[in-house]
Design a protein around this ligand. Structure first.
Ligand code: SF4
Length: 518
């Protein structure tokens, strides 16, 4: 353990490394966000621990680098959100690296990216990167760095050809009929290897207790990209919690459906016992499902300092919740609020999504009626709502569904704002226009290269997206159109489980509003 610049490294670093290969790991955001990004930090650690590769972390706000760009052979970007592409292009330009892979030469590093957006659909970004990691990157990242180091005397195209033969690597300039997504076994606990007071989640030790969610909501990338769901063993989680508590009293448990861990109650009981025996622990968890609310979990959260929690109900009506596969009844929602209140939580934030496939005005009115009932039934309990709008994501059952048009969604926002205000419920809304452009990218193809470049050069504000598309790209085609099931999709060559046949059947089943029992 070593403390450097307000950072505690939980692994042994070698300050005298004599590596002959330099790599940058780049995060498209400020350093504080990167220091709270488990995946980024873990991948950095795995290469930092080697003796033969010298790795440096680069952020959006990195002013100067230890290793000059001309000595860097490989640069990998963590790519989690569609809009990250604009920060990535900015970072390439800042370091004087040509934006298009075709304009780079032997003097430039090979540039790659990995992350959920890339795994779902890398196609709109293929002209900007030399290669991509498809799937879980923790192990592949190190393998890729090693291959690039071993072959450093070869030319770029030869190295790329070698990489293209590795499962989970997509090289746009090499012909590949299909690229298989790589899935990591979760037989170890992934945790924050660097604790820092400069992190967005200050001094917090984050532990991944599971990956994926078995619920398979029709729009949910976090679920579909991470099938099969994997849980870390209870023993490993407890050992990791103990490791973190040596350095900080703030821990966060992470996972798409963390309360589904078969021993989640026992994990909570372990923490609760420590707190009641006098150990100071502040704990948060990333998400809870209504049907997993139980007194044991809530009392642990409260003892660990949590005052409010969030609950994603997505849709206002039971009908629409069935369509999206959320399958929650109003009674279950009330029961969750009862348990939360009786066990000491002070408030709830509900998350909803507007414009889900088949949504009607009745569904919105049912959302309002639910908000009103909760408000009246739980006087003094802090209730608020947060809304985003539906963005179709590649490799999910709703990938064929277009968005509702922007004007109609904005009317819905205004209606909900007005009506929720009348009943005294606070609400926040994502930007419908930004969500539209997110959808353009998420179902994009290679024709978007110039659109992305122009939007970047024009400052990537909303107006610049509009002017970049004008007369050249029909953005409505990507964002709004319903695609026929038989149509080949740009990302079909990504080989993921459960696969296109399953997604097609699931999509038809959900949209025909049949009830699903998972
Ligand atoms: S319950 Fe949440 S994490 Fe699970 S599939 Fe649904 S939206 Fe995704």
């Amino acid at each position: 353990m070593k403390k450097q610049q307000n950072k505690i490294y939980l692994y042994k670093r070698n300050p005298y490394k004599k590596a002959d290969f330099n790599m940058w790991m780049a995060f498209p955001g400020p350093e504080s966000f990167a220091l709270s990004s488990l995946g980024f930090l873990w991948m950095f650690k795995s290469i930092d621990e080697t003796d033969d590769i010298n790795i440096e972390a680069i952020y959006q706000d990195t002013a100067s680098t230890r290793v000059p760009v001309e000595n860097v052979s490989l640069m990998g970007f963590s790519f989690s959100f569609d809009m990250d592409i604009f920060t990535i292009l900015g970072m390439l330009e800042q370091h004087k690296i040509p934006l298009k892979s075709s304009e780079r030469t032997a003097e430039h590093p090979l540039i790659f990216a990995g992350g959920p957006v890339i795994t779902a659909n890398p196609v709109p970004y293929k002209d900007f990167f030399d290669f991509f990691i498809i799937g879980d990157g923790e192990d592949l990242n190190l393998l890729v760095a090693r291959i690039c180091r071993e072959n450093r005397e070869k030319n770029r195209q030869e190295i790329l050809r070698i990489l293209s033969e590795i499962e989970g690597i997509y090289v746009p300039t090499v012909r590949q009929n299909s690229v298989k997504k790589v899935t990591k076994r979760l037989d170890e606990c992934i945790y924050t290897p660097v604790i820092s007071e400069n992190a967005f989640f200050k001094n917090t030790f984050i532990i991944e207790v599971e990956r994926g969610c078995a619920n398979r909501c029709g729009f949910c990338l976090a679920s579909y990209l991470n099938l099969p769901v994997r849980f870390v063993s209870y023993e490993k989680i407890i050992d990791t919690i103990e490791l973190g508590l040596k350095y900080t009293d703030k821990i966060a448990l992470l996972g798409a459906q963390i309360t589904a861990h078969p021993q989640f109650k026992e994990i909570c009981a372990y923490i609760y016992d420590k707190i009641t025996s006098g150990k100071k622990i502040s704990m948060s968890i990333s998400s809870m499902r209504v049907d997993s609310f139980c007194p044991e979990v809530v009392r642990t959260l409260v003892a660990a300092g949590q005052k409010n929690t969030t609950l994603a109900i997505e849709a206002g009506s039971e009908r629409l919740r069935r369509v999206i596969n959320k399958n929650l009844t109003e009674d279950q929602i009330f029961k969750a609020v009862d348990i939360a209140r009786e066990n000491g939580l002070k408030g709830f934030k509900f998350y909803g999504m507007l414009g889900l496939p088949t949504e009607t005005c009745d569904d919105l009115d049912e959302m309002l009626s639910l908000a009103e009932k909760i408000k009246q039934r739980y006087k003094g309990f802090d209730i608020s709502f947060g809304f985003s709008s539906f963005v179709p994501k590649a490799n999910t059952p709703f990938q064929w569904c277009g968005r509702e048009d922007t004007k109609s969604l904005e009317k819905k926002v205004q209606y909900l704002k007005k009506e929720l205000h009348k009943i005294g419920v606070k609400a926040q809304f994502s930007s419908i226009k930004w969500d539209y452009y997110q959808a353009v990218l998420s179902r994009g193809d290679e024709k978007l290269t110039d659109f992305i470049l122009n939007a970047y050069k024009n400052g990537f504000k909303l107006g610049s997206f509009k002017s970049s598309a004008k007369n050249k790209i029909n953005t409505d085609y990507y964002a709004l159109e319903n695609y026929p099931y038989e149509m080949p999709l740009p990302w079909d060559f990504i080989d993921t489980k459960p696969g296109k046949t399953f997604l097609t059947e699931e999509s038809k089943r959900l949209l025909s509003e049949k009830r699903c029992v998972v």
